[in-house]
Design a protein around this ligand. Structure first.
Ligand SMILES: [Mn+2]
Length: 371
């Protein structure tokens, strides 16, 4: 048996950061990704689709998205099982309560564990629904229900795995194992974490911003007659967001421009990519790169380039190291944090140093790009 496992699609996202025309185009693109997911399910000859929550971004679903879902669901003909998530909980007026849902669509309706049986597939899918935007209790707590003719038992759930204090369904791995699920299809955590085998987050099918980095995809899960499970990921995204750091220590202005251009080329090689590149390292003042000229990439694969200059750019850090005045003392005090592995700490320390040196020199640090 083959299953397509997806979730966290967030159809009809608001896309507040862009104009309403662009936001409409992005919402249409999300619908195209959904079509692609169903096309993959057909091409892979999947016997069912599991949607582990957050199919929609909110409880409000646009008429276009509603129509598309209804037609894709009914055309698929085989079972589609949905666990409403914290973004699209099962509430009054929800799409999931629509009387128009096709017969092959099975939506969990309770915050307690429920089961849908598919005898022809020798499979039972367990799950639950978020019935509001929070769920503080795990539906897997307590006794394990004794069920006859135990078939392949699968869990489809929107949950925050092994996160005890979460407000988003605190499932425990130990409870999942106790219930004996042969595969657990999870949604909610968009950046796919390390999990035990056969307990998998599907991740997003396409990133919507720099908080959803990299390629998006779905999982194709195969279960053989002995109950052995294997999963492969198929990329579904047409575009992606990527953030990388580039160390430019000791480089000349020209070398930096060349390194940036080459990195942009690498980052956008396989896919249309929105790029955020953070320059780090130590430079001397006369090699400060011209950020405006190097951000202009002439490459169709590149959607956008944002260069963040986090370099430590000093007249001479060596000079400051030995400086016996307040300038040197400030540098030495901040040095540990300037070289820290933590990006935020480094950035804050650099800003503190720039402001401090400007202040000591009697310069206006609110101008000239310092703040
Ligand atoms: Mn969620």
């Amino acid at each position: 048996m083959k299953i397509l496992h997806t979730g966290d699609i967030h159809l009809d996202s608001a896309f507040c950061a862009v104009s309403s025309t662009e936001a409409n185009a992005l919402r249409q693109h999300q619908r195209d990704i959904l079509k692609k997911i169903f096309k993959i399910a057909n091409e892979e000859a999947c016997d069912m689709i599991l949607i582990s929550g957050d199919l929609f971004d909110t409880c409000y679903v646009t008429p276009e998205t509603r129509e598309l879902c209804l037609s894709l669901f009914s055309d698929f003909q085989k079972p589609i099982i949905i666990s409403p998530g914290n973004h699209d909980p099962l509430v009054d007026g929800s799409f999931y309560k629509s009387s128009l849902l096709p017969e092959n669509t099975f939506v969990f309706t309770s915050s307690e564990l429920q089961y849908f049986d598919f005898p022809e597939l020798k499979t039972t899918v367990a799950g639950y629904a978020f019935t509001s935007s929070v769920m503080t209790k795990s539906p897997l707590e307590g006794e394990v229900a004794q069920r006859e003719n135990q078939p392949n038992l699968i869990l489809c759930a929107h949950a925050d795995l092994d996160s005890v204090a979460t407000r988003y369904a605190p499932l425990l791995t130990s409870d999942i194992l106790r219930h004996g699920f042969i595969y657990t299809a999870l949604g909610h955590i968009h950046k796919v974490p390390e999990t035990p085998e056969h307990i998998r987050y599907c991740g997003f099918p396409e990133g919507r911003g720099f908080d959803e980095q990299g390629d998006g995809g779905v999982l194709i899960v195969s279960i053989d007659d002995t109950g052995a499970v294997s999963a492969k990921r198929i990329i579904t995204s047409d575009i992606r967001y990527l953030t990388e750091e580039l160390s430019v220590t000791g480089m000349s202005c020209w070398e930096i421009e060349r390194a940036v251009a080459s990195r942009i080329e690498d980052m956008s090689r396989d896919c249309r990519t929105a790029i955020r590149l953070e320059l780090v390292g130590v430079l001397t003042e006369d090699t400060l790169p011209d950020i405006t000229s190097i951000s202009k990439a002439n490459n169709e694969q590149v959607i956008s380039v944002e260069i963040i200059n986090s370099t430590l750019c000093l007249p001479s850090s060596e000079g400051l190291e030995k400086d016996i005045t307040l300038r040197g003392e400030l540098y030495r005090t901040l040095k540990g944090k300037l070289m820290s592995d933590d990006r935020e700490e480094r950035r804050t320390a650099l800003l503190a140093l720039k402001i401090g040196l400007s202040a000591i020199d009697g310069k206006d640090f609110t101008d000239g790009g310092v703040l």
